[in-house]
Design a protein around this ligand. Structure first.
Ligand code: PLP
Length: 502
């Protein structure tokens, strides 16, 4: 396979970081060449127009590259590595499990760490959930959720087979598999496959993001009421007796950078769902498992403004395995669990690697570390410190050159976004409209990588929104000194890009 073309913006010299990953004496001299010639199709899956740097080891929040340089991870991969990398306790647990029982097919045989993990997670849900099961990641979890929700109505007594509609938002990413993509409204990820998607069963309503989409003079309460009314109208249009579920990320990640619904939104929607017997489903793949700080589930956390409303079904992944195991989970509340049990007591679903013993053992050990080190609370504190540092450096400092370009700094716990914009419309049009990865979000992400910092930068929003978002999702145990390093590198990356472009 021919190599991806390299361009002049390829990240090269990375400034040495204050911390170090566990660099080994191994020889990685031919790894770069390997990446350029390898038949591994993964080299085609990156959205940057150069071959990305090659990681060889990691410790805590530091990643060592094949050329000896070091990156600090400000976004936990993609909001995944919640306790940092190379944790000894988790490594030991995986190794012990590997020696004891490396695999059983979960459809034939149960395994002990899976049973223990399920009990542990259900116990920590404060009574909201009755049961859960494990799959290999976020998309798989959302696929299972779609089938489970439909199954619930087929199993009702009397059955409700006419229920076939899902309502989700034009501000959502629920996964890259075809089922999950139908729920999602990520135009770029949907575009090539649009003809394969079912437009009859999957319907989308407006995004919820007060600061961008509220009408002039509209209060937050009025905005929430308008959005809830739109959902009600959509239910009426489809016939509420035909709707399976309303599906949303409590805090939106991949499509619009850590956006919250206005206060009262989830309360209003849950009332509608209750009235019509429609299921409320949360996708907490990105924002769940402690990411918002203080609590395991985003909907429990005051940082996520979900009015504390629990769902009927919920998917999680990413932080559940913390990067140590490929794992996702689906939670069922009592209503759904009992509905299925007293119906067919069977979900026509299963994957070869579901509840893989190594993945569940890894996740169990990650939960131990979170509990022993009180990391849900630490995640909340990380958010408080990170926000203060970001506001100081980007907006409040007398030398902040970025001030006019920062539209919003928002988040909670270990999930934050800085939304940039270019105030001058003509400059914006010249530089950013239709320029894809050349836009501000992509440029800052690339510059940060050159400066030794990993972040995610996204350009634009849904429905033509202008903002470019930079996402930070630090590990829950990031130290204040490491946060300072992330903020320093981020601010200089933004300043460098602004100096070059506007
Ligand atoms: N749901 C949400 C909210 C996500 O953010 C993602 C991934 O970013 C997914 C689902 C898909 O998860 P995965 O990439 O593990 O398949």
């Amino acid at each position: 396979m021919s190599p991806i073309s390299l361009d002049s913006t390829q990240p090269t010299a990375v400034a040495p970081s204050k911390g170090t990953a566990n660099t080994t004496e191994e020889d990685h001299s031919n790894v770069k060449e390997l990446a350029n010639t390898s038949n591994d199709f993964a080299t085609m899956l990156h959205r940057v127009p150069w071959t990305p740097p090659i990681a060889v080891s990691a410790q805590g929040v530091y990643i060592s590259l094949e050329n000896g340089e070091t990156l600090i991870d400000g976004v936990g991969g993609a909001a995944v590595t919640c306790i940092g990398m190379g944790n000894q306790k988790v490594t030991d647990a995986i190794q012990q499990q590997l020696q004891k029982l490396s695999y059983v097919y979960n459809v034939q045989l149960l395994n002990e760490p899976s049973l223990r993990l399920a009990d542990r997670l259900i116990a920590s849900s404060g009574g909201a959930f009755a049961q859960c099961f494990f799959v290999s990641g976020g998309s798989e979890a959302m696929e299972a959720v779609i089938k489970l929700a439909r199954q619930y109505y087929v199993d009702q007594s009397p059955p409700q087979p006419q229920r076939k509609f899902f309502i989700s938002r034009r501000q959502s990413y629920h996964g890259n598999t075809l089922g999950a993509l139908q729920l999602s409204y990520h135009p770029a990820r949907r575009a090539p496959y649009e003809v394969l998607l079912n437009h009859d069963a999957f319907h989308h309503v407006s995004p919820a993001y007060y600061k961008r989409y509220a009408s002039e003079g509209e209060s937050e309460e009025e905005y929430a009421a308008r959005l809830v009314k739109e959902v009600e109208d959509k239910m009426e249009e489809l016939g509420p007796q035909n709707v399976i579920a309303f599906v949303a990320e409590p805090v939106v990640g991949a499509t619009q950078g850590v956006t919250y619904a206005p206060k009262g939104y989830f309360h209003g929607i849950s009332q509608l769902c209750k009235k019509h017997g429609i299921l409320l489903i949360y996708d907490e793949v990105m924002c769940g498992m402690g990411r918002m700080g203080s609590t395991y589930h985003a909907w429990q956390s005051p940082n996520s403004y979900t009015d504390g409303i629990p769902p009927d079904i919920q998917a999680v992944a990413k932080g559940l395995g913390g990067g140590y195991g490929s794992i996702g989970a689906v939670f069922l509340n009592h209503r759904v669990a009992e509905g299925l049990r007293s119906g067919s007591n069977y979900l026509q679903h299963g994957h070869t690697y579901q509840a893989h013993p190594l993945a569940v053992a890894a996740s169990l050990a990650v939960q131990d570390v979170i509990e022993e080190q009180n990391l849900l609370e630490r995640a909340h504190q990380v958010g408080i410190y990170l926000e203060r540092r970001l506001r100081d450096r980007l907006v409040l400092s007398p030398n902040a050159i970025c001030k006019d370009y920062v539209f919003d700094i928002r988040g909670g716990g270990c999930f934050w976004a800085i939304e940039l914009q270019v105030p001058d419309q003509s400059v914006y049009d010249k530089w950013f409209i239709g320029r894809g990865k050349e836009r501000l979000g992509g440029r800052v992400q690339a510059q940060a990588m050159k400066n030794g910092l990993v972040i995610i930068g996204m350009s634009g929003g849904i429905d033509g929104a202008k903002g470019d978002h930079l996402i930070l999702a630090p590990a829950y145990n990031m130290t204040d000194a490491e946060i300072d390093e992330v903020v320093d590198k981020l601010v200089s990356s933004i300043e460098q890009v602004l100096n070059e472009t506007v």
